[in-house]
Write a protein that binds this ligand. Structure first.
Ligand SMILES: [Zn+2]
Length: 275
């Protein structure tokens, strides 16, 4: 099913409090219930109608014409009626991509509110800043916006091979993926690609091409996907970040990330160009 989402910070004028979708966020979980469409957030005029206490609420916009809200819960809720808490990780394979992205947005906005109750510079309690998604310090004026951490993720190709690495964080099920790392202050995203690749596997790349992006709410990354061509150098891994990295051909791929991840999209895009 294809959804249309329109992002807004405040409800439009004349908004009458019609039933909407409530992404009720308790720490890193969201309350959802099973429906015919799959797992679905709370649909109500307000969660208090279901006996759920909301600490703070944030208008997100409209999904297929339905108002959407992120609500931060003060208490950790285990289960209420048909609703049960799921993490973004556990939701990932069980909802479609647009709903999952919206759930990630809700979690990040609720978490941003929870972590910016006081000014980071002078400690004064912050207030809502009118007309923008920001917390403002009434004392010194410091603004705190929801934080985004841009990260680059790159598929490197050499002839009919792609370079994939096995990171330290993949756990028990070893998986090879494209190389990723955070953008540093003061560098362009292309410079970040070249630096990350050099640091992690010791090769130089050229023809760095932006492909697409994906919000990745763990906790607030924005993944910027690239394709790059190998220029020079043999693989020499950074053992702090990488366990192994190799050149793979299309007919000899290792275990790779699942659908919906940008890493998989980059690998599939490369595969589609191999004969
Ligand atoms: Zn301040």
């Amino acid at each position: 099913m294809h959804h249309t989402f329109q992002s807004l910070i405040t409800p439009p004028e004349g908004f009458d409090g019609q039933p909407g979708l409530w992404f009720c966020v308790g720490r890193n979980t969201i309350l959802v219930s099973p429906t015919e469409e799959g797992l679905w957030p709370i649909e109500a005029v307000h969660p208090r109608d279901l006996g759920i206490e909301v600490g703070h609420e944030h208008f997100l916009g409209f999904l297929d014409g339905k108002p959407c809200w992120a609500a931060g819960l003060d208490d950790v809720i285990n289960e209420i009626g048909e609703y049960r808490p799921e993490t973004l990780f556990s939701l990932f394979p069980n909802v479609d991509e647009e709903l999952w992205t919206l759930a990630g947005r809700a979690v990040q906005i609720a978490e941003w509110h929870r972590t910016n109750r006081f000014c980071g510079r002078c400690g004064t309690p912050t207030v809502e800043s009118a007309g923008e998604r920001a917390r403002k310090c009434p004392e010194c004026g410091l603004l705190a916006f929801p934080r985004l951490s841009p990260a680059v993720i790159t598929l490197i190709e050499r002839g009919d091979e792609a370079l994939l690495g096995r990171g330290r964080t993949f756990g028990a099920n070893p998986m090879y993926s494209t190389l990723a790392g955070f953008v540093e202050p003061g560098e362009t995203i292309e410079e970040a690609v070249a630096r990350e690749v050099r640091e992690e596997v010791g090769v130089e790349v050229t023809d760095i091409r932006y492909m697409r992006s994906q919000p990745w709410p763990f906790p607030n990354s924005l993944m910027l996907g690239f394709n790059a061509k190998w220029a020079s150098g043999d693989i020499e891994i950074d053992p702090v970040e990488i366990v192994d990295a190799q050149w793979f051909k299309a007919d000899n791929l290792p275990n790779i990330p699942g659908k919906m991840s940008i890493a998989r999209w980059l690998i599939d895009e490369w595969l589609s160009r191999q004969s």
